[in-house]
Design a binder for this molecule. Structure first.
Ligand SMILES: Cc1cc2nc3c(=O)[nH]c(=O)nc-3n(C[C@H](O)[C@H](O)[C@H](O)COP(=O)(O)OP(=O)(O)OC[C@H]3O[C@@H](n4cnc5c(N)ncnc54)[C@H](O)[C@@H]3O)c2cc1C
Length: 310
């Protein structure tokens, strides 16, 4: 086992983990950040809605963040964490290639995976003409016609919101029977529904072609949809008794019910946006720093406030 003991190991080098590293580095903390490099938004190439970084290349954003962190005691490992477990007053983090590390606290900021519906062709267009977040992507395709796929996860509220960016919207239910309230909301928003089965989607000079099972084809400037997401918590499994993070996160600063384990970013309680993820990383870092002060100087700080009941 590598003998290095860090104040905090951060799992995940997205906006949440990077901002937490900045806060902790600037708090004179010794930090190790391990990142496997497959960010959720990489398919889009650029990110929006991050002030001073609107339209920034995602890889470049990450590289600049790392360069800034060189001023502090932050070490990076491009590696995958395979397990994280408590060991007395430390946490033991095991990586695929770099070995095992001990730390006083662990910030888990590994993000989530988006689960695309099983429509052939969708994955190839994800991030370029198939999108989820209107705030991230609709400006670039404003004024064009939009399809909104609601075949797996109901997306009528997304469709209604998109009326801000387009007045030509079609809801595609892909044979899913819509409950009355979903139909009523679409009617209220003035959005027609096509209920036919979708065979595949494919690139089109205008954006995206949606091929129906009966051979007809519909063309849109972009396709939007809501998706299920899966938390990337595999390395935490031995530590999480219940199997899900939601049940152990206790406060708005990313503290969990498990001592020394904190969460931030898309995995946490915040909206799944880069700026919010970064903000939650900062909050978690401040909680970690304060809790380490509490441990080193007992009685010097009051206990953290109890979590607000949701
Ligand atoms: C296609 C798309 C486009 C988007 N565009 C925008 C946008 O324009 N603006 C915006 O605000 N938001 C956008 N988002 C949302 C945004 O990407 C997320 O909210 C944000 O990236 C979350 O940051 P995070 O740090 O929590 O997680 P992530 O950015 O997903 O980073 C998590 C990191 O953890 C690493 N990791 C995971 N598991 C492990 C492991 N076991 N060991 C080591 N490392 C691990 C991953 O490699 C990854 O680098 C978009 C999302 C998608 C899907």
């Amino acid at each position: 086992m590598t003998a290095e003991a860090y104040d905090t190991v951060i799992v995940g080098g997205g906006p949440a983990g990077l901002n937490a590293a900045l806060y902790l580095g600037r708090s004179c903390r010794r930090v190790l950040l391990v990142d496997s490099g497959d960010a959720r938004n990489m398919a889009a190439g650029v990110m929006h809605n991050v002030v001073t970084n609107d339209g920034a290349d995602i890889a470049d954003f990450r590289a600049r963040a790392r360069a800034e962190l060189a001023a502090y005691d932050v070490t990076f490992r491009d590696d995958e964490v395979v397990s994280v477990e408590p060991d007395g007053d430390h946490v033991v983090t095991t990586t695929k290639e770099s070995g095992t590390f001990r730390s006083r606290t662990l910030l888990y900021a590994a993000g989530v995976r988006s689960e695309l519906p099983p429509v052939p062709g969708l994955a190839d267009l994800w991030g370029t003409s198939v999108f989820e977040c209107p705030y991230c992507h609709a400006w670039e395709v404003r004024g064009k016609s939009f399809g909104v796929y609601g075949g797996v996860v109901p997306s009528e509220c997304l469709a209604a919101t998109l009326t801000v960016w387009s007045d030509s919207l079609t809801y595609l239910s892909d044979r899913r029977e819509l409950p009355a309230d979903e139909r009523e909301r679409l009617t209220a928003a003035g959005i027609p529904t096509v209920t036919d089965e979708i065979a595949r989607v494919s690139p089109h000079p205008e954006g995206v072609a949606v091929e129906l099972a009966d051979g007809r084809s519909l063309t849109f400037g972009a396709l939007f949809l809501h998706m299920d997401t899966e938390a990337r918590v595999e390395p935490l499994r031995p530590w999480l008794r219940s199997g899900d993070l939601e049940s152990v996160q206790t406060d708005e600063r990313g503290r969990t019910a498990l001592p020394r384990l904190y969460v931030a970013g898309d995995l946490g309680k915040n909206m799944q946006q880069a700026a919010m993820a970064a903000a939650s990383g900062g909050l978690a870092a401040m909680a970690i720093n304060a809790d380490l002060v509490r441990e080193d100087r007992p009685g010097s700080l009051p206990a953290p406030p109890p979590p607000a009941s949701s």
